[in-house]
Design a protein around this ligand. Structure first.
Ligand code: HEM
Length: 472
């Protein structure tokens, strides 16, 4: 009876089954749809229990903003799977002082090395030129997929800031590292077994490790580190000089480790690098894949984007970040792609680290706080005809781009995406530079709509598709 009772601090929510709560109601491949459905029934704040995990779910943008701006809501889930994967190290899953210090330090150094500034622009354009030369040009007139080659072009940009190294766009080894790291962290295959631990932590005590694949997971993780990051870190260690200016983020981390060994342990350092690699590649590459999907679905939108580019930039020079102001429809297209593509429909869950009041309710410490981005992005309350792809909704009567604060793909508040400025620059330059030179269409008879890849649980990716590039 006790396990079926909602707490007095949040009395509304779907009915709870004994012990398992609402766990059976969620589709593991797309849990966000149930959360959005519940939003219609139970309103802007409701209570959900997934086995042992208590969640307060927020579906109203003002409430998400209020909660995520509070330091008391800046923790991360401490469920068994999360602890196993990250051990609360790194950038994305750490909390408390370790997170605050590492986030401040990372932002400072990545900005120093050019993140969000025009000094990185030339390098981003170089990656786009390589992608056009090696993937799009040879693919003209043929059916191609934009899978890991797009990720490599994107990963090179963050990897340049982190390790001053460039990886080949068609290099199979790096593609395999990217695929393995994404699969392990983001796919149902990697995480299904551990979900059981979260629902009922006691299962851990009675289940042999081999049954939940713990060893396989740990070995795969160690192998990826060995193949992907350790060689670069070792090269930095070998040539590191504590007396001179850091060359990149790895150097800066090693210097900090020199100064504060208790904070920058080897594992934390490696996890921070892993987090930048992961957070900085599949997010942006998946957003671009949605963009290509919408371009093929809507040739009229594609033509309008190209007409704007031709009129404002021409074809003699590549578009630059300084052209942004003059390309309002391109900006509107990107925002609409982020709204409807909605790659993180549940954002990333937070946890209360101390009691806190949100929306007039007093939440205790230790509760997960889930902001349902999808319930905002696809709600008719905030967007007219929310399932239609309409970039014009962000263009005002003077023809200017009018961003809408209810579109929050990078989340909000204390843990708002650390790479937002970099990602925005990448999305703009990739789309503008590519559309200046290429057009895209789906193969004859293919329609995509909004179907998602069922294998990817954390990032809502489009179902794998092929497209045909043509030279303009
Ligand atoms: C279109 C691209 C991107 C999207 C949609 C996106 C979205 C997000 C979201 C929703 C969060 C969770 C925020 C929260 O917990 O409230 C996040 C966190 C984060 N993102 Fe991004 N991101 C993108 C690109 C990037 C890039 C390029 C980087 C690389 C620098 C990056 C690094 C991070 C990091 C390190 C965090 C953890 C921040 C923290 O916990 O303090 N992201 N991102």
């Amino acid at each position: 009876w006790k396990s079926m009772t909602r707490p007095s601090w949040c009395p509304q929510g779907p009915p709870l089954l004994p012990w398992i709560g609402n766990a059976l109601s969620l589709d593991p491949a797309a849990p966000e749809s149930k959360y959005s459905e519940w939003a219609e029934q139970y309103g802007s704040m409701y209570y959900v229990k997934l086995g042992a995990v208590e969640q307060v779910v927020l579906t109203d943008p003002a409430l998400i903003r209020e909660a995520f701006s509070r330091p008391e809501v800046s923790g991360r889930p401490d469920t068994a799977s999360m602890v196993l994967i990250n051990n609360n190290n790194g950038l994305v899953m750490s909390e408390g002082e370790l997170w605050r210090e590492t986030r401040r330090f990372t932002l400072h150094h990545l900005r120093n090395f050019g993140m969000g500034k025009s000094q990185l622009e030339g390098y981003i354009q170089q990656q786009i030129a390589g992608f056009c030369e090696e993937i799009l040009k040879p693919g003209c007139g043929k059916e191609i997929s934009l899978e890991s080659s797009l990720n490599v072009a994107i990963v090179n940009i963050i990897w340049n800031l982190v390790a001053s190294e460039e990886l080949g766009i068609t290099d199979e080894k790096i593609k395999s590292v990217i695929n393995r790291i994404n699969r392990l962290n983001l796919s149902t295959d990697g995480l299904q077994a551990f979900a059981v631990l979260d629902l009922a932590p006691w299962v851990q005590k009675v289940t042999p490790d081999w049954l939940i694949n713990r060893e396989r997971f740990e070995k795969e993780f160690a192998d990826i580190m060995k193949e992907g990051f350790l060689p670069a870190l070792q090269r930095h260690r070998d040539s590191f000089d504590p007396g001179s200016e850091p060359r990149d983020y790895m150097d800066a981390m090693l210097l900090e480790q020199h100064r504060r060994p208790e904070l920058m342990t080897d594992h934390h350092l490696l996890m921070a690098i892993h987090d930048l690699f992961l957070a900085g590649n599949d997010t942006t590459a998946t957003t671009l894949r949605w963009a290509f999907c919408f371009l093929c679905q809507r040739p009229d939108v594609q033509r309008r984007l190209q007409a704007e580019l031709d009129a404002e930039v021409g074809r003699q020079r590549p578009p630059t970040l300084a052209d942004r102001q003059r390309l309002p429809f391109t900006e509107a297209f990107i925002l609409e792609t982020q709204r409807l593509g909605d790659i993180t429909p549940l954002l990333v869950p937070h946890r209360t680290v101390a009691p806190v009041s949100v929306g007039g309710r007093h939440l205790p410490a230790g509760v997960q706080v889930v902001g349902v981005g999808q319930a905002v992005h696809r709600s008719a309350r905030y967007f007219a005809e929310p399932l239609q792809f309409r970039p014009e909704r962000f263009i005002d009567s003077d023809g200017k781009f009018q961003p809408d604060k209810n579109v929050m793909p990078f989340s909000v508040g204390k843990r708002q995406c650390l790479g937002e400025s970099l990602a925005r620059n990448e999305l703009f330059l990739f789309l503008a530079c590519i559309l200046q030179n290429f057009s895209f269409r789906f193969p004859e008879g293919y329609h995509h709509h909004l179907e998602q890849d069922p294998d990817n649980v954390f990032i809502r990716s489009p179902k794998p598709f092929k497209l045909i590039p043509e030279r303009r």
